[in-house]
Design a protein around this ligand. Structure first.
Ligand code: GI1
Length: 447
């Protein structure tokens, strides 16, 4: 199975995100983000690092685009740092911030690489957080102003626009579990955030249509197959509620304009006032042109009477990545086929898929054969979904290079290029980069 067996116009790319690679955290007029503040707070990041410098992509973007060219990709997914554009979140525009993304897009196009732009990949301007962040509907309005400005400035050259990266992480990981910025641990707050982000998505899509009818817009969701650990009724019930929490809490509003009733009723019992907030969720259901699917692994759950979802994650015996995530390639096929069956027809992009492994620089080489196997199996399972008629239009490997892995700092490496943090952030192609390049050039097969 070679690249040429995929559709001729299939996009093969890599993905990154602003806070994870750019650095220049306080340069050229950029304002503070919630991740600048969170990373500087003691104890939040496992290795005590920050994104202050990261991969210094802000200064090295031409070099990094040359790496894309060297790989032979035809697409690149990146995100814009909102506080680089609006240092206070709204109001005054930072021209140098706009100039950076203008130059980035021009260089991509010059190199024949199609941009997929994500408006929001978690780095909210801190001044908006001082007023409640995503719990405050003023932030929805500020996001619309930010989105409209970028549509106006870049819409003539950027065709593919994603509103949000992983609303599940923006809401539950960051406001219920507290593991990401702003580090709040309150389910009711997380539900309010999820709602406002979904409303912001719908309003931005509507505004995009008026501004840029030729462009294509969508949202990026992290999606997981959720399997019961046994065939017992209780474990199957646990999988249904966990699937609502992980996947359908965002899929159903975006595609159906409603929350999944099975879980909504659970939350209504918990928070009586809950229902009235959520009548406006139809706003989220603006027709989108594509869905970005971030796939990394599956979830296996069993019944847990003590938990709100009556479910808990079960760690099955399996090969795992350095993040501890089960390696489950058939899951990408399962999720793509399911989305097409239950929410389609909709163009799909695998907007993130990749793995962290304990990559070591030895004699100038990084022999990451596990990553090659990982990608090979996920490419094959994506192809099997296409063979079943699923309109998958592209695939972006996470990530171009090792970068700031959120609460793990620089301790987890996902890149096709190794970043030597001890030698001026030098980018070194891993064996997987060489393999990917040969695949893209039809030199090797996936067997
Ligand atoms: C549980 O996996 C999530 O879907 C997920 C994994 N990842 C993501 N989301 C984020 O979009 C990236 O910024 C992360 O760097 C990347 C690797 O952790």
């Amino acid at each position: 199975m070679k690249r040429e067996m995929f559709p001729g116009d299939f996009l093969w790319g890599v993905a990154t995100a602003s806070y994870q690679i750019e650095g220049a955290y306080n340069e050229d007029g950029k304002g503070e983000s919630i991740w600048d503040r969170f990373a500087h707070a003691p104890g939040k990041i496992k290795d005590g690092t920050t994104g202050d410098v990261a991969c210094d992509h802000y200064h090295r973007y031409r070099e990094d685009i040359a790496l894309l060219k060297e790989l032979g990709v035809n697409a690149y997914r990146f995100s814009v740092s909102w506080p680089r554009i609006f240092p206070c979140g709204k109001g005054e525009v930072n021209q140098k911030g706009l100039d950076f993304y203008d130059a980035l897009v021009d260089e991509l196009l010059k190199q024949g690489i199609k941009p997929l732009l994500t408006l929001y990949h978690w780095d909210l301007p801190q001044p908006l957080q001082f007023h409640g962040g995503w719990t405050n509907t003023d932030t929805v309005q500020a996001f619309l102003e930010y989105a409209m400005l970028l549509f106006k400035k870049l819409g003539d050259r950027v065709e593919l626009w994603a509103t949000f990266n992983e609303p599940w992480c923006i809401s539950f990981l960051a406001h219920e579990l507290g593991e990401h910025a702003p580090g709040i641990k309150d389910l009711r707050t997380a539900l309010q955030v999820a709602h406002n982000v979904l409303v912001a998505h719908g309003k931005a899509v509507k505004a995009f249509r008026s501004e840029n009818p030729s462009g294509k817009t969508g949202i990026v969701l992290n999606l997981y197959p959720v399997h019961p650990s046994s065939e017992s009724e209780q474990d199957k019930e646990a999988a249904i509620l966990s699937d609502c929490y992980r996947n359908r809490w965002f899929l159903d509003p975006v595609f159906k304009g409603e929350y999944p009733q099975e879980l909504l009723s659970v939350y209504q019992k918990l928070y009586g006032d809950f229902a009235k907030d959520y009548e406006s969720i139809q706003v989220a259901c603006e027709k989108i042109d594509f869905l970005g699917v971030n796939y990394y692994s599956r979830e296996v759950v069993s019944h847990d009477p003590k938990s709100i979802l009556k479910s808990k994650t079960v760690k099955v015996e399996a090969k795992r990545t350095d993040m501890g995530w089960e390696i489950y390639p058939q899951g990408i096929q399962e999720i793509l086929v399911r989305i097409n069956r239950e929410y389609g027809p909709i163009d799909l992009y695998v907007t993130e898929n990749g793995a962290a492994f304990k990559d070591e620089l030895k004699d100038g080489e990084i022999r990451d054969y596990e990553r090659i196997d990982f990608l090979k199996e996920h490419f094959k399972n994506t192809y099997y979904a296409i063979q079943q008629g699923v309109p998958v239009k592209g695939y972006f490997v996470w990530s171009l290079m090792d970068n700031f892995e959120w609460a793990h700092g620089y301790s987890k490496r996902f890149g096709l290029f190794y970043v030597d943090y001890n030698d001026n952030l030098k980018r070194i192609p891993k064996e997987s980069a060489r393999w990917f390049k040969k695949f893209l050039n039809n030199e090797i097969s996936l067997e």
